[in-house]
Design a protein around this ligand. Structure first.
Ligand code: ASP
Length: 456
């Protein structure tokens, strides 16, 4: 029986299991720390030979080509099936394991006669399912005791929304017991669980993060390691600013603020699980395991003002002005109701006595803007209504901003010095970030000068 107290739950994302070479790296990482007793794997992600994730191919098979068709890609279900089989066969062959039974089972699974969401969920789950089986076989063959632990074997029960399943709270104790009774390393396929009716149901996309978060919670892990293909969370988007450094330590609050404005980290709900049970998350790079990555914690000492700057593009705002708006009780409530009725999420609301603007993601307005404008006109009768598109919101974040207005002054000064007009300003109520709206056309320059002034 395994001692679960000092367990590190590791999750390896799609790029970490995309090929045999990557899986060899995974093995080395797992081997170097005996605390890494629970390993959650994704389905193979994009690779040199295939621009699509395996999960997308599987969904394409289940939907008879509809999935890629909707994305305007001409990949048929038959082509997807070939890609899936080819990809797994190549990995098996290059790892030099005997995978004939696995490949035969895969073919049978891909013929399983299911309908609707149950079909999509089952097919979509096969990427993680066979990825875990292959990783376990490879570990075993190379002398690292390991066993596949399927959701049905460890009691990972989920709700019956087949394409957006949630782990049922009652299953954590079963999972902890089952994982604790394993002797070797438990290799768990991410992204899916089993419903009360014994169907496979998948979580939302990127759901392997969720599985790992749930398992970390279940075994009260010492640490949740999220292994990806980036070296951690960067101060700013490293694709835009090459000198960007990895942030060594961040709180959950800071990562949430950065992630809501364009930082693509990992599944928010997985973070919540860990946050609530105070389990730190370490974001590491499978391709550079010697680097320490970013540690996400409940608490840290704020040594600096700003830790990172997020940039959200493709934002728009609706500006309204009306004489007497300031005295009209219920105006804002009615405005937000109209947005709700159109299922549009609203982000910021800079207000003054007779004006208000509401910031939204531009994409959310597609197909709605005409009706939305009409409804606002009819129900609120503003004197002025303007819609402004192509805005970027820059958000410097840091616990050290609380009660410290110097970074805000520096930010405004440097934008002024560089003749970058400010379209919107908003300090967050938590005071751990502030938002500056600029035209998207100058947002890269704005990010660069802010990075230089606030972080270098
Ligand atoms: N394979 C699933 C997806 O592509 C889940 C994951 O990778 O976390 O969304």
């Amino acid at each position: 029986m395994k001692e679960m107290e000092n367990t590190v739950v590791c999750k390896f994302g799609g790029s970490s299991v995309a090929s045999a070479a990557q899986i060899r790296k995974v093995r080395k990482i797992v081997e170097t720390d005996p605390k890494r007793k629970v390993v959650v794997v994704s389905a193979p992600g994009k690779s040199e030979g295939d621009r699509e994730k395996l999960t997308d191919h599987l969904i394409n098979i289940a939907t008879n080509g509809e999935h890629f068709h909707e994305q305007r890609k001409t990949i048929t279900a038959e082509e997807s099936r070939k890609s899936v089989v080819r990809r797994f066969s190549r990995i098996v062959e290059q790892l030099e394991i005997d995978g004939s039974d696995l490949l035969a089972a895969l073919q049978r699974d891909l013929d399983k006669p299911l309908e609707g969401d149950k079909r999509t969920a089952f097919y979509a789950s096969r990427g993680e399912h066979y990825s875990a089986a292959i990783v376990a076989k490879f570990f075993e063959k190379t002398g690292l005791p390991a066993r596949t632990c399927l959701p049905e074997e460890i009691g990972l029960r989920v709700s019956s929304e087949h394409l957006d399943a949630k782990v049922l709270p009652g299953s954590h104790s079963d999972v902890a017991r089952a994982l604790g009774s394993e002797n070797g390393i438990a290799i768990v396929p991410g992204y899916y669980g089993i419903t009360a009716e014994n169907d496979v149901a998948v979580m939302s996309r990127g759901g392997s993060d969720l599985t790992a978060g749930e398992l970390a919670f279940a075994v009260d892990a010492e640490l949740y390691e999220n292994w990806t293909d980036t070296s951690g969370v960067y101060e700013v988007d490293p694709n835009l600013i090459h000198e960007a450094q990895v942030i060594p330590r961040l709180t959950f609050k800071e990562i949430r603020l950065l992630a809501s404005k364009g930082f693509n980290v990992f599944h928010f709900d997985a973070m919540l699980r860990c946050k609530n049970s105070k389990i730190p998350i370490s974001v590491r790079n499978t391709n550079r395991p010697e680097e320490l990555g970013t540690l996400i914690l409940n608490e840290r000492v704020p040594e600096e003002g700003v830790v990172g700057i997020a940039k959200a593009d493709n934002m728009a705002y609706i500006y309204l002005s009306k004489d007497g708006l300031g005295e009209e009780i219920g105006f804002v409530a009615e405005l937000l109701t109209i947005f709700r009725e159109h299922c549009i999420n609203t982000h910021h609301y800079p207000t003054d006595v007779d004006d208000i603007s509401v910031l939204i993601c531009q994409d959310d307005l597609k197909g709605h803007i005409n009706d939305l404008r009409r409804a606002i006109h009819k129900r609120l009768k503003p004197d002025v209504m303007e819609v402004h598109y192509n805005l970027s919101i820059l958000t410097p974040v840091g616990l050290g901003l609380r009660g410290n207005s110097y970074p805000l002054v520096d930010a405004l000064t440097v934008l002024g010095e560089n003749h970058i007009p400010i379209e919107m300003m908003n300090q967050a109520p938590s005071q751990v970030c502030f938002h500056i709206g600029v035209l998207q056309a100058v947002s890269d320059v704005a990010l660069r000068v802010l990075h230089e002034r606030l972080l270098l």
